[in-house]
Design a protein around this ligand. Structure first.
Ligand SMILES: C[S@@+](CC[C@H](N)C(=O)[O-])C[C@H]1O[C@@H](n2cnc3c(N)ncnc32)[C@H](O)[C@@H]1O
Length: 327
């Protein structure tokens, strides 16, 4: 039996509730806000000019500077020692666990050199085909996001739609974070979108497990998770039952799958980032709003957990610049 990820067209249809261009707008907005002009970036602790060492306008004390209102743990999410935001867009983007690579394709449409990586060969083939059909250039790589070895760096890396839930162990998440850190440009950014922890930790989830979508005359009813799908209390893994019912031209096709899902809490993510080293969390959001429209993770309306990470300010001679194999 083939699963939902073996049918990329059906997967993309099931996820058509998203506004991908609007999400890419937000990713670019966060890049402009948080990525630093690497040429002018400084090592933490060496900055002497708070006006140039913070996200301008938020902080006045370089030692305690944070993205005010965004970071959940000010002690580990500081902008201290950083240059001012680049304000510019990324030249290169890497989408991880990209599936059909909808975001990479949208970045490519906007002139950003896009690379998409996924483990599943069918997803990779579909992503390549769709990019070619749309006339955009996306470099599609079949690979494992816990063993990144692309031999180049990117201004922006993104992992969308809770794909880190496929990293089942702490070792896998830490390896993933280390790999991403080694593939970021010095002034780059990693943005990772996860489900809001409320969905798994409370009886009041922020999203529904069932929805419908309509595209090009095709209708899909989706159930991603059933009431009986419980997290194993020890492993925090659940076997999520997925059913996609597709109706077109009077015919109906049903795809059933069981997708393993590892739930990561906000504090576990924070711990994994610290354990991995090489990255600092600079902001966290609960939705795809930027600037005035930013939604804090703690907002009652928050429904995603989106974390913005930057290469950690390194001591001289250390850090991502010293990683082997990456130019
Ligand atoms: C929920 S889909 C998300 C796809 C895409 N991020 C999106 O926003 O539509 C998860 C994807 O992660 C991929 N995946 C799972 N484990 C992976 C790994 N270790 N490395 C790379 N891709 C992986 C699957 O093949 C699948 O395409």
């Amino acid at each position: 039996m083939s699963g939902i990820y073996d049918d990329p067209w059906a997967y993309e249809l099931a996820c058509a509730f998203r506004d991908v261009p609007a999400e890419v707008d937000a990713l670019l907005g966060w890049y402009a806000e948080h990525a630093t002009d690497a040429e002018h970036a400084t090592d933490a602790g060496h900055a002497t000019d708070a006006g140039h060492a913070t996200d301008a306008g938020h902080a006045t004390d370089a030692e305690h500077a944070t993205d005010a209102g965004h970071a959940t743990d000010a002690g580990h999410a500081t902008d201290a020692g950083r240059a001012a935001p680049s304000g510019a867009g990324p030249a290169t983007v890497l989408e991880l666990a990209a599936g059909p690579a909808e975001h990479a394709r949208e970045f490519a449409r906007r002139g950003v050199a896009a690379t998409a990586l996924d483990l599943n060969p069918r997803m990779c083939a579909y992503a390549s085909r769709e990019a070619a059909r749309e006339g955009v250039a996306v470099d599609v790589v079949e690979g494992d996001m816990t063993r990144l070895d692309l031999g180049r760096r990117f201004d922006l890396a993104v992992t969308m739609l809770d794909s880190t839930s496929h990293l089942m162990t702490l070792d896998a998440l830490v390896a993933h974070l280390r790999g991403v850190a080694a593939h970021l440009s010095p002034g780059g950014l990693y943005i990772v979108e996860m489900s809001h922890p409320r969905d798994r930790l409370t009886d009041d989830p922020s999203v529904s497990a069932g929805w419908t979508v309509e595209r090009d005359g095709v209708h899909a009813g989706v159930r991603w998770g059933e009431p009986g799908d419980r997290l194993d209390p020890v492993t925090q893994v659940s076997a999520d039952h997925v059913t996609v019912t597709i109706t077109a031209d009077g015919g109906t096709r049903v795809i059933r799958d069981v997708v393993p899902y590892r739930f990561w809490t906000a504090t576990e993510l924070d711990a994994a980032i610290r354990l991995a080293g090489g990255l600092d969390a600079v902001a966290q959001y609960g939705d795809f709003g930027v600037g005035e429209g930013a939604v804090p993770l703690t907002d009652p309306g928050a429904w995603r957990m989106i974390t913005v990470l930057r290469p950690a300010a390194a001591a001289p001679g250390q850090g991502v610049g010293a990683q082997p194999g990456i130019g």
